[in-house]
Design a protein around this ligand. Structure first.
Ligand SMILES: [Mg+2]
Length: 274
C-alpha cells in the first residue's frame, strides 16, 4: 500500500508528516522569513476556515431555516439543527461542522437515516445561495489572533495575497467589507491583493492550482519570494506546496472537507494564531 494514496481528514493528517513545531513557533518562523525577505517576501492566505470562522454564517442560515414553515416537513432534521444551534450558539465553526452531513452529526443525528436523507436536498437548496452570498458573510468572524498575525506580517513588509474560493460576483463585496471591518490589511496596489473566482461554477481545487502556478511565475518575474501559504483544505495545501516548493506550507487545522488528498511531507500544522 502506497502511503501517497489520497486520504481524507484524520487519515490524511495521520499519514502526513508535519514539523513538530508549536503554533507559536510556526507563526514566528513565518514572521522571521518575512522579515528576512526585506519587502520581497510574499504570503498567501486562504480565507474560509483559515483566517475566518464561517460557523456563525452557517448558524444564521440554519436558524432561519428552522424558523421557516418549510422545515416543518422535516421535523427530525429541524430538531437536529435546533439542537446543534442551541449547543454552538453561533460561536464556533469547530462545533458547527463542515458539510450539512457533519452538521446533522454534530446535532446528534445520523445523516444516513432516511429522514435526514430526505431533508438534505431541500436544506441544501436553501443553504447554498445564502452561504455563498455577500449578505451572509457579515456573520463571519476572524479566528482569534488571525488579524494581529496578518497585521504583523504586513508590518514586517510582507506582500499578501488573499487567495479564496469565494466568487467575485456573489461574494466580492462582502469579502472586502469584512476584511476592512476586521482590520486585516487590505488592497493597496500590488502589495496586498485579493483574488476571487470569476464565477461560482469554477472548481475550487483546479482554480487554486492554476492561480498558484500563475502566482509562482509572477513572483519569479518580479523577484519576489513566496515564503508561506496558509490553507485549511488538504487538497489545496498540496497543490500550493507543489507550486511553491521553497515556501512553508501551513495547514490550518480547523475544519476541512472530505475531499481526499495525497499526504504531505515537511508541512507545518497550526490549530490557531496564538
Ligand atoms: Mg478555506
Amino acid at each position: 500500500m502506497s502511503s501517497d494514496r489520497p486520504l481524507a481528514r484524520t487519515a490524511w493528517i495521520t499519514m502526513s508528516q508535519f514539523h513538530p513545531h508549536s503554533d507559536a513557533e510556526t507563526l514566528e518562523r513565518v514572521r522571521a522569513r518575512v522579515a528576512e525577505g526585506s519587502g520581497r517576501a510574499l504570503v498567501i492566505l486562504d480565507l474560509d476556515e483559515t483566517l475566518y470562522d464561517a460557523g456563525p454564517r452557517n448558524a444564521a442560515i440554519f436558524a432561519e431555516w428552522v424558523a421557516r414553515a418549510e422545515s416543518a416537513r422535516f421535523p427530525e432534521a429541524r430538531d437536529a439543527l435546533a439542537a446543534l444551534l442551541a449547543r454552538a450558539s453561533g460561536e464556533s465553526a469547530q462545533r458547527m461542522g463542515y458539510s450539512l452531513e457533519d452538521q446533522f452529526r454534530a446535532g446528534g443525528a445520523d445523516p444516513d437515516a432516511p429522514e435526514f436523507q430526505k431533508a438534505l436536498a431541500p436544506l441544501r437548496a436553501f443553504w447554498t445561495p445564502r452561504f455563498f452570498s455577500s449578505e451572509y458573510l457579515r456573520h463571519d468572524r476572524p479566528y482569534s489572533g488571525a488579524v494581529e498575525f496578518v497585521q504583523g506580517l504586513r508590518a514586517e513588509g510582507a506582500r499578501l495575497v488573499y487567495l479564496t474560493g469565494r466568487n467575485a460576483p456573489n461574494m466580492g463585496e462582502g469579502t472586502r467589507r469584512n476584511l476592512e471591518r476586521d482590520a486585516f490589511p487590505v488592497e493597496s496596489g500590488a502589495e496586498v491583493r485579493l483574488i476571487l473566482k470569476a464565477r461560482k461554477e469554477i472548481d475550487d481545487h483546479g482554480y487554486k492550482r492554476e492561480v498558484g502556478e500563475q502566482l509562482a511565475r509572477e513572483a519569479a518575474a518580479a523577484g519576489h519570494s513566496v515564503v508561506a501559504h496558509f490553507e485549511n483544505e488538504p487538497r489545496n495545501l498540496v497543490e500550493l506546496a507543489r507550486a511553491f516548493p521553497e515556501a512553508d506550507a501551513v495547514f490550518v487545522d480547523t475544519l476541512c472537507s472530505e475531499h481526499p488528498a495525497e499526504p504531505i511531507r515537511g508541512a507545518y500544522r497550526i490549530r490557531g494564531y496564538r
